[in-house]
Write a protein that binds this ligand. Structure first.
Ligand SMILES: Nc1ncnc2c1ncn2[C@@H]1O[C@H](COP(=O)(O)OP(=O)(O)OP(=O)(O)O)[C@@H](O)[C@H]1O
Length: 660
């Protein structure tokens, strides 16, 4: 086909240019200067090998633009336009109704470096339009077998997704959408777009938060595949390294720990470690006993608190304030001794008014050197330098510090929130660390996926890491599973703007219809997404006394793609079915809880004991909704007791278990 041959010629030119750039980058890396920069460049150029060029726009006036994973130039000529560049935008947004300058959109499919297909769409304003961009390629992508690893969607992004990806970087953007609407995909492509458009984010850093390590592994290839290797991915507890989570909380306890009022309680707990004594306290310094009045301590505490500094830094202010008073006391005493010519002995001074041993020692300890005439006669006032030296000596004295630390102790987070810790304790430890004054790494941009799961305390922890509040937050309140999670976006940092995704690319219409019934029962205020396609496979249900037996049979029979078994409890099933927990997402058969399945997808899903799913978590209906919407093709339900009324409309299927 001549069109394929013509595209192959251009693709050959592109790979030749890419190879040349790779050689230059490898040579620069070998020369050894700016190794970080060149390392990143080598990785970026390596990542774009597959599908380097995937599209072409033919514009009015005969201009052509090839679109791909990065921009390539030969002298001033653009051989390939990066998908994130403004010139590539019509590839995602032009429609027959609003073609702009676009006459033809071409999709180019390559295998390795070989062009295997071209697919043309003529944007004829008088032709039919269904709102989908590149429907054939889109449907091929969404129906392809799943592998346990998310793929990028750069070749088939839809207009509503593109709008969100290219939205203003400033402020907080909340993206809400039902299951499978591409929230995760959009969030990750937005990261790539922002890094391309805002150079400073490369140095300031981008953080992507996901609900679990399993999920982060699932999405782990998307950004590197888009040439972005330097994004940090983490769960919320990962953000505080060195904390071992060894305990699980009850739902009620987790909900309690997640509430914002914990912040004021922690602040109170930290405050309460500071003590104003009821009686004067003796402070020994170089054989002298100084008296510390409660009023002095109270004043020093007030002064320290007025700074608004965190506990450990304010403690230094407190120390200095107290020591200044102690220095004054010490100086008064010495001067009183030095100027007494009456022959009366004053505290520590000798009867003839000379400095006593203790004073001399204190002065020597402070580095105050008396002149040859001064050590046995009345001396002049101690000057400011002497006082400074005394203050430093007092501050450095272990005994003095012990007394001060008794009053205003230095703190570590683990003294405020004692272990062993649960995941819900981590934001509390982080809050304590902030109150105490420990600093945390900050990022220029933060993306939060499955954001509905975050507690108010989680949000405080995140905002500390993104003081500029430049964030994209994606989620679905109908999928909230955690006890401390949200039913709305009330707790998301304000001000924020809201965007919506409305089309489900994952879940076929047959499954979405039953999931929508569940949604209507439990979240009548929320609209289900519209499925982009039908699978022709109605979801089924089967009553079975022996659930593991039926599941074993299903697993044996399973041949097409990946199947996930989603159950409220997986340990026993894992043993019965010889499956691994925690799950290996790349296996043919994967066993997970609804919480673990969050954000993931599989060709087929079987839910074991949906009534138990409904009853198990603090948000049972949401968990069932999540479980039902993980499948791209087939959904089945195996129920030991009566089927929950929400699932009665499923087609009944009879499969006899070999074990029953
Ligand atoms: N424009 C697109 N082209 C091709 N595939 C797409 C497109 N948009 C989404 N998808 C696919 O749809 C599936 C669902 O996407 P994604 O996981 O991002 O949805 P989600 O809204 O985060 O879902 P959930 O809320 O269930 O976690 C993925 O396989 C994704 O690749």
């Amino acid at each position: 086909m001549p069109e394929i041959a013509a595209e192959q010629d251009h693709v050959n030119v592109l790979y030749a240019r890419l190879d040349a750039l790779r050689e230059e980058a490898a040579a620069a890396l070998a020369r050894g200067h700016a190794p970080d920069v060149w390392q990143a460049e080598v990785a970026r150029l390596a990542a774009v090998e597959d599908g380097l060029c995937f599209g072409r726009l033919d514009l009015t006036g005969g201009r052509r633009v090839h679109i791909g994973r990065l921009g390539l130039f030969e002298k001033d000529e653009a051989l390939l336009v990066d998908w994130r560049a403004p010139a590539a935008r019509p590839f995602y947004t032009a429609t027959a109704a609003e073609p702009g300058e676009v006459v033809r959109r071409r999709r180019i499919t390559t295998r390795g470096r070989t062009v295997v297909a071209v697919d043309d769409e003529l944007l004829d304003p008088d032709g039919p339009s269904d709102g989908l961009v590149g429907e054939a390629a889109l449907l091929a992508a969404v129906t392809a077998e799943r592998t346990g690893r998310m793929r990028d969607i750069v070749t088939t992004l839809q207009a509503e997704q593109d709008r969100i990806i290219r939205d203003d970087a400033r402020g907080v953007l909340v993206v809400e959408g039902g299951p499978g609407t591409g929230k995760t995909a959009v969030a990750l492509h937005r990261v790539a777009y922002l890094l391309y458009t805002h150079e400073h984010l490369r140095t300031r850093g981008v953080l992507v938060i996901g609900p679990s390590r399993v999920f982060l592994d699932y999405i782990g290839q998307v950004l590197p595949g888009l040439g972005e290797n330097r994004v940090v991915t983490a769960t919320v507890p990962d953000l505080l390294p060195g904390v071992a989570v060894t305990r699980a909380d009850s739902a009620a306890e987790a909900a309690r720990k997640g509430r914002a009022d914990m912040a004021s309680r922690l602040a109170e707990a930290v405050r309460a470690t500071v003590r104003v004594p009821e009686e004067p306290v003796d402070v020994e310094f170089e054989q002298q006993v100084l008296r510390l009045d409660p009023a002095v301590v109270r004043r020093a505490v007030r002064k320290a608190r007025e700074t608004g500094l965190p506990h450990n830094q304010a403690r230094e202010v407190f120390h200095r304030a107290v020591v200044t008073t102690l220095t004054g006391e010490l100086v008064d005493r010495m001067e009183a001794v030095a100027f007494t010519e009456t022959g009366e002995a004053l505290d520590g001074g000798s009867a003839d008014g000379r400095l006593g041993e203790a004073e001399l020692q204190a002065l020597a300890a402070a580095g105050v050197v008396l002149g040859p005439d001064e050590d046995d006669g009345p001396r002049a006032l101690l000057d400011e330098l002497d006082r400074q030296a005394l203050r430093t000596a007092l501050l450095g004295d272990a005994g003095v510090r012990d007394v001060l630390d008794e009053l205003w102790p230095p703190l570590a987070p683990a003294e405020v929130v004692e272990g062993p810790w649960s995941a819900a304790d981590v934001p509390l430890l982080d809050e304590a660390a902030a109150l105490i004054g420990e600093s945390v790494p900050v990022f220029g941009y933060v993306v939060v996926d499955e954001a509905q799961e975050l507690s108010e305390m989680d949000w405080r922890m995140l905002v500390r890491r993104c003081p500029s509040r430049s964030m994209t937050i994606v989620g679905d309140p109908a999928q909230t599973g955690s006890a401390a999670g949200a039913a709305s976006w009330d707790r998301v940092p304000r001000p924020h703007r809201l965007a919506e995704l409305t089309v489900s690319y994952r879940t076929p219409v047959e499954i979405m219809e039953v999931a929508a019934e569940l949604l209507a029962t439990h979240h009548p205020e929320l609209r289900p997404p519209v499925s982009v396609r039908a699978s022709g496979k109605p979801p089924w249900r089967q009553a079975a006394a022996d659930v593991p037996g039926v599941l074993a049979e299903l697993v044996d029979e399973h041949t097409e793609g990946q199947v996930a078994i989603i159950a409220p409890e997986t340990r026993e099933l894992a043993a019965a079915l010889s499956l691994s927990v925690p799950p290996d997402l790349t296996a043919k058969v994967v066993l997970l809880t609804p919480a673990e399945a969050k954000g993931l997808e599989f060709d087929s899903v079987v839910i074991a004991d949906p009534a138990a799913v409904l009853a198990a978590g603090p948000h049972g209906p949401n968990d069932l909704y999540v479980a039902m919407t993980r499948a791209t093709q087939r959904l089945g339900v195996v129920h030991p007791g009566p089927v929950p009324r929400e699932l009665r409309s499923l087609t009944e299927r009879r499969v006899s278990s070999r074990r029953s």
